[in-house]
Design a protein. Structure first.
Length: 252
């Protein structure tokens, strides 16, 4: 067994799980189980939001260490589900390295929703939350259109700068401006309801949920890192909308 290659493939799976939205405990447990299935005597895994470090001791006494830097996240629960299935398959059947590589490539081909579907989802979510928080039909329509605009802006700015804080400040600022202008021109009734509907598209709900789960499960460092990340994102969203409100306050 080519142990170094095995650990590389196992790390590939763990990395994609973390990027796709898995909590730290799930990633560490999956990596440990897969390595143990191939005869590892001891497996030490340290996972935080930006890095995975694995040290494996085999039966022959050889020690192997590999690390992986995580630079971005792209939530994909469908892909996460398939990665979970793959890790269980590896533990149960112990396939050769060629089959593991082939199955990883198959999972990597799992795509997200098409661009048209994503625009529709953004519109649906924004308008639904606007109505939920008390908006009327005109507010829901405006919110849906602004939600699609938000999706367009997020895709555009991430091609220029992948910094999450900058993306959220810019997008929330533009959404705030467009919302206030729309209501001032008579294309909506309640600025706050339309803004709330679109804020919900930016709220880091998964990061906050995983932070709480990590802290409860004992992964305090990772949990606090995720919690701080969610807090910074929330502040950046609030800052963008606040700037728009201050700039266009006379039209509200």
């Amino acid at each position: 067994m080519r142990t170094k290659e095995l650990i590389t493939f196992v790390l590939d799976i763990g990395e994609q799980m973390l990027i796709s939205g898995a909590e730290v405990n799930r990633v560490e447990d999956s990596i440990t189980r897969m390595c143990s299935a191939y005869g590892a005597k001891r497996v030490n895994v340290l996972t935080i939001t930006s890095s995975i470090l694995v040290t494996v001791k085999m039966d022959d006494g050889e020690m192997y260490t590999q690390t992986r830097r995580i630079r971005s996240y792209l939530t994909n629960l469908n892909k996460l589900d398939k990665l979970n299935d793959l890790s269980r398959y590896i533990c149960d059947h112990k396939p050769d390295l060629e089959e593991i590589e082939r199955r990883i490539e198959i999972v990597d081909e799992v795509g997200t929703y098409s661009p048209k579907q994503q625009y529709g989802i953004y519109a649906l979510v924004a308008s639904s939350f606007t109505v939920f928080f008390g908006g009327d039909v005109s507010d829901a329509i405006v919110s849906a259109l602004i939600g699609m605009l938000l999706k367009l802006m997020m895709g555009f700015i991430r091609k220029i700068d992948k910094n999450t804080v900058i993306t959220n400040v810019f997008c929330s600022f533009i959404v705030g401006l467009v919302t206030i202008l729309s209501v001032s021109l008579g294309f909506g009734t309640n600025v706050d309801h339309i803004i709330i509907g679109n804020i919900m598209l930016l709220i880091p709900g998964l990061a906050l949920t995983n932070a709480i789960k990590d802290i409860i499960s004992g992964d305090t460092i990772s949990g606090l890192l995720r919690l701080n990340e969610a807090f910074v994102i929330a502040v950046s969203i609030a800052s963008g909308f606040s700037l728009a409100t201050l700039l266009m306050g006379g039209l509200v």
